[in-house]
Write a protein that binds this ligand. Structure first.
Ligand SMILES: [Zn+2]
Length: 65
């Protein structure tokens, strides 16, 4: 799941991030430009967790069924 550039960018190069993993307390993101991967807070993108965190969880659940 890609992160909109207006919401957040790679801390290393400013590139586009993709959310690769989510758990109770963190989201794992990976840069599409430099490949840097690290964890951020669920509300790191200023959306109150509702856009990326919740949607990723919803999509992940449906994929597992
Ligand atoms: Zn990067």
């Amino acid at each position: 799941m890609k992160v909109d550039l207006k919401d957040g960018v790679c801390r290393s190069c400013g590139g586009e991030l993709e959310i690769t993993d989510v758990d109770d307390a963190t989201m794992g993101v990976e840069c599409q430009d430099c490949g840097d991967a690290y964890d951020v807070e669920p509300d790191a993108f200023g959306d109150g967790c509702m856009t990326y965190y919740v949607e990723f969880l919803a999509n992940h659940e449906s994929e597992e069924e």
